[in-house]
Design a protein around this ligand. Structure first.
Ligand SMILES: O=C(O)CCC(=O)C(=O)O
Length: 263
């Protein structure tokens, strides 16, 4: 893995605009490897009966959504705890975070924008005073305005209530552009949507590692999502981040076993 540097200019940009791009986190080879695994994971998800096209999420059929990435391939279990990702997450959320979800969205040519939203608003009612969640977006392709780069309204992470969101927010959006191998760090309160992929032949594959403060219910129930194989080699720290221990929202208690004992 290459060294990512989450330097002061990134931190300022994240604080001021609600997102920042950190380039060269993955090498070209690593990016290609993860991308190949994503394509296999999408096919495996379909085989398991978890659809990769979700009508209520996307306006047409040109998006491939892959859920439950953490169960589908160890490469995603590595990526969700990549040191560069965790450095940024800790910077925003402190050490008190959990892994809420890990999904992919491949925007194919012809895909349209989804509904404008903030990811914190999806898991927490207003008011949104604090940066209590964030997305680490892994760019597996070059992301451009033309191929569906995520659209952000810079500064909208300062909106505290739904009534602060302008009616014409869709007209105030800026597309993110980032080379493959970058991370786009997005504060959970930033209002955004997927861009339209207006190219004829370019796919835009992004992974969304979603982290939140520990007191917010995760989007995904990892106890159901993760099978035996995926759980086998998890570190105690990963089990805690995924809420797999018997103590969830209390500190580990001496004498209480982490997992269910056989009766
Ligand atoms: O694919 C994108 O660019 C954004 C996706 C997104 O915001 C979501 O799935 O909630």
């Amino acid at each position: 893995m290459m060294n990512a540097v989450f330097i002061e200019s990134h931190q300022h940009r994240l604080a001021d605009e609600g997102y920042c791009v950190i380039e060269d986190v993955l090498s070209a080879e690593e990016t290609a490897r993860v991308r190949n695994h994503l394509i296999e994971a999408a096919a495996e998800s379909e085989r398991r009966g978890i659809p990769t096209r979700i009508e209520t999420l996307d306006p047409n059929e040109n998006n491939i959504r892959v859920f439950n990435l953490l169960d589908l391939d160890p490469v995603f279990r590595e990526l969700i705890q990549h040191p560069a990702a965790l450095e940024i997450v800790r910077h925003v959320l402190t050490d008190d975070f959990i892994i809420s979800n890990f999904t992919a969205n491949i925007a194919l040519p012809g895909s349209e924008s989804m509904v404008v939203h903030s990811d914190l608003a999806v898991v927490l009612p207003e008011p949104w005073h604090s940066p209590w969640s964030m997305n680490i977006i892994w760019c597996l392709d070059d992301v451009t305005a033309e191929n569906g780069g995520t659209l952000f309204m810079p500064g909208s992470h300062h909106f505290e209530r739904l009534s602060d969101v302008p009616d014409d927010i869709a007209d105030k959006m800026t597309p993110v552009e980032a080379p493959a191998g970058s991370i786009v760090a997005m504060e959970g309160r930033l209002w955004h949507t997927s861009g339209k992929n207006q190219t004829l032949d370019q796919q835009r594959a992004l992974l969304f590692g979603y982290y939140s403060r520990s007191f917010i219910r995760p989007q995904w129930n990892h106890n159901v999502g993760l099978g035996e194989e995926a759980q086998r080699d998890l570190s105690p720290q990963m089990r805690r981040w995924l809420g797999l221990d018997i103590t969830a929202n209390v500190a580990p208690l001496k004498g209480i076993p982490d997992s269910r004992q056989s009766e």
